[in-house]
Design a protein around this ligand. Structure first.
Ligand code: FE2
Length: 264
């Protein structure tokens, strides 16, 4: 784990503005990375039969969504609030978890993530709604399918051609424990793994607090449990931007409101 910051906030802002992405090298504790790898394998085994039973298995091979629902090391990772200051800078304020998934990226696995795509359906230019986060669990190399990112493509609405994308994009070559950010407006694609090893990664998205989460993490964990957590963790789980489901939940004093007034 690095004790000094790799980038000043100014350098970080410049890279995110001009290139649209940045690698923070080896920031996660190696022991936690090992736990995350093991837990990801176990979580995939829980999800795969559900994907198959529900007929959504063809393009989801190797993917595992909503890992936080399983707790374990995923919760530890989230609770550490890595790069919290940088994420707040990006959103110009508070943010919440939109989704928390993972990918094994084995040889021959071609999923929706292998296509040239961006993760936000509405091009929002300078208005930052979503931030992509990739956590490298196995070293990423060109051979095992390091992610392709097209620098500067977050500044244009139009989708590049496949030819242009693959001729001009850069690869996320990084050691395990590294965390990669990219502006959700950036065009990207997972690479094809041509080795016999896995290229495991966590894939998270953070958002402004008014965006609907892809999974109701607070209700899943239980409001009474989340309420006792440290304030930064509560915030990121979306506890301060919930939707009431009864008049009793709606009519509450400021400090107990489901949607707090500092959530944008
Ligand atoms: Fe993506």
């Amino acid at each position: 784990m690095k004790l000094t910051k790799e980038y000043s906030i100014e350098e970080y802002k410049k890279l995110m503005h001009e290139k649209g992405w940045i690698i923070f090298h080896e920031v996660v504790d190696p022991a936690l990375i090992e736990r995350l790898k093991n837990d990801l394998e176990a979580s995939y085994k829980i999800r795969r039969p559900i994907q198959e039973n529900n007929g959504v298995d063809t393009n989801t091979a190797g993917t595992a969504h909503h890992l936080l629902a399983d707790g374990k090391s995923f919760f530890k990772f989230l609770s550490n609030l890595y790069l919290d200051e940088e994420i707040k800078e990006y959103f110009e304020g508070n943010y919440i978890l939109n989704t928390f998934g993972g990918n094994l990226n084995l040889r021959g696995q071609h999923t929706y993530a292998s296509n040239v795509h961006r993760d936000v359906r509405t091009y929002t230019s300078d208005i930052k709604l979503l931030l992509n986060i990739l956590v490298v669990l196995d070293d990423f190399t060109p051979e095992n399918g390091a992610t392709y990112l097209l620098s500067g493509s977050h500044l244009k609405k139009e989708k590049p051609t496949e030819d242009y994308f693959f001729n001009h994009s850069e690869r996320v070559v990084a050691k395990r424990g590294s965390i990669v950010f990219w502006d959700a407006n950036l065009w990207h694609a997972a690479g094809e793994n041509q080795t016999n090893g896995s290229r495991r990664a966590l894939s998270l998205i953070y958002s402004r607090p008014f965006m609907k989460q892809q999974f109701d993490y607070c209700r899943h964990l239980g409001y009474e449990n989340v309420e006792k957590m440290p304030s930064g963790v509560k915030q990121v789980l979306g506890f301060n931007s919930r939707t009431p489901t009864s008049l009793n939940e709606w009519y509450q004093p400021l400090d107990k409101r489901f949607y707090k007034n500092d959530q944008g």
